[in-house]
Design a protein around this ligand. Structure first.
Ligand code: ADP
Ligand code: MG
Length: 412
């Protein structure tokens, strides 16, 4: 098996360490609203500081289309980042991520100091993994550490390119993520259930196909369930539906039958005229959805059915919320099933793992994040792992693995 370098494999003293983190945090009116992503990279930063490295943090933020955009600057993140760091060793910020400004800022760093560079995606070379951009970034560091499993399904310069040109390894968060996910998913205890929700079938088709082969129970909820109801001949009114995927949905249902995977689709749903009309919602059976209404959550009969079936499963994998959970009461199905899964986990009936931005946000807002076996910050990378795909960031780190030669570090 090919290996990865961990933080403990390096001697960081006096080295310029480029650390790829995920600081793509939700911001509202210039303030960070959820600091989870920041908090989870702090252990790696603190370790590097203790080891007397020159810590250079690099991250993307939003989708700036390869050019500067004031709203997508990482500058407002620095205060929030600094609130988790020692008050006498705060991170500085540089208004560029390559070039003279960045080089000067890096040159000014003393051992143990921290610098955050501006949004990598202000340059198109980040996404295209342009060798020129890679070499401008690589100039700034002696060692490359990837601490974002959640971005490692992307073949970008700061994920793949840097691993190819600098001595490389992974940080604590990356290691924790892959160890937990592989612990649970390598030999999952049967029966295995998967819950897949979210808005679109189109983004999760491959996932559904591979889950059918690997699981005993597949719960399909959220907006994507409507496409399945439609393919079964139900009228679904104004509900979100991807008509181009009716055929694919049918294939999935047929494949489930031949693989002995039981599928749960909604039998009742919560409908309303629109997502903004929560006051006038009602529960109906799926053959009674009026033309001018849309399904925005699963109904109580469906939820009960899901909870009963999940109680028989020893492993539960979850991606995507079951309804438009951002707006109550369309969060009820997600919340109800979150409670059930966390209770099965607490009673040691099941091992539970959830991955994906929205489902993890929903679990956190239920206050039950500690009663799942593991929550992964990764959405896309988590899904690709389940699908059995090669993750480009991990491949690059392994392909370029070289044993680190330990220098003498004994001190009197
Ligand atoms: P995750 O981030 O957990 O992978 P997704 O991004 O795939 O999840 O999907 C989350 C989105 O799906 C949420 O914004 C939610 O409002 C939406 N959604 C869920 N159910 C419905 C529904 N019935 N109709 C419309 N949107 C829905
Ligand atoms: Mg999402």
């Amino acid at each position: 098996m090919k290996k990865l370098n961990y933080l403990s494999d390096f001697n960081f003293r006096g080295k310029r360490v480029l650390v790829r983190v995920d600081l793509n945090v939700p911001i509202s009116r210039g303030k960070v609203v959820d600091t989870s992503r920041i908090e989870r990279v702090i252990p790696t930063i603190k370790y590097l500081v203790e080891q007397q490295a020159k810590v250079i943090l690099i991250s993307h933020f939003g989708r700036p289309k390869g050019q500067f955009s004031l709203e997508l600057s990482l500058a407002p993140i620095v205060d929030s980042l600094n609130s988790f760091l020692d008050s006498n060793n705060q991170a500085k910020f540089c208004i560029d991520c390559i070039g003279e400004e960045a080089e000067n800022a890096v040159n000014e760093l003393n051992n143990g100091e921290i610098l955050l560079l501006e949004n990598l995606r202000f340059y198109p070379g980040e996404k295209s993994n342009d060798p020129k951009f890679v070499s401008s970034l690589a100039k700034l560091g002696d060692i490359y550490i990837n601490d974002t499993f959640s971005c490692s399904h992307r073949s970008h310069a700061s994920i793949v390119g840097l691993a190819e040109v600098l001595p490389c390894g992974i940080g604590f968060l990356f290691r924790e993520e892959i160890e937990h996910i592989s612990d649970i998913l390598k030999h999952p205890k049967p029966p295995v259930a998967a819950i897949v929700g979210g808005s679109k079938v189109s983004t999760k088709i491959e996932l559904l196909h591979s889950l059918i082969e690997k699981t005993d129970l597949l719960v399909i909820g959220g907006g994507m369930a409507n496409t399945f109801l439609r393919t079964q001949g139900y009228e679904i009114g104004k509900s979100l539906c991807e008509n181009d995927f009716l055929g694919k949905a049918k294939e999935i249902l047929e494949s489930a039958e031949s693989h002995n995977c039981k599928i749960i689709l909604p039998s009742d749903v919560v409908i309303s005229s629109s997502i903004d009309d929560a006051a006038n919602c009602e529960v109906v059976e799926i053959d009674k959805i009026p033309q001018n209404k849309m399904a925005l959550d699963l109904g109580p009969i469906t939820c009960n059915n899901i909870i009963t079936e999940l109680s028989k499963c020893q492993t539960i994998i979850w991606n995507g919320p079951l309804g438009a959970f951002e707006i109550p009461p369309f969060n009820v199905a997600t919340e109800t099933v979150v409670r059930a899964v966390s209770s099965y986990t607490k009673q040691n009936i099941s091992i539970s793992i959830a991955g994906g931005g929205d489902i993890v946000a929903a679990i956190k807002s239920s206050g039950l994040k500690n009663s799942f076996t593991y929550l992964s910050t990764a959405g896309g990378a988590f899904l690709e792992w389940i699908e059995g795909k090669i993750i480009p960031g991990i491949k690059a780190l392994k392909d370029n693995y070289t044993e680190i030669e330990q220098e003498e570090t004994l001190e009197a």
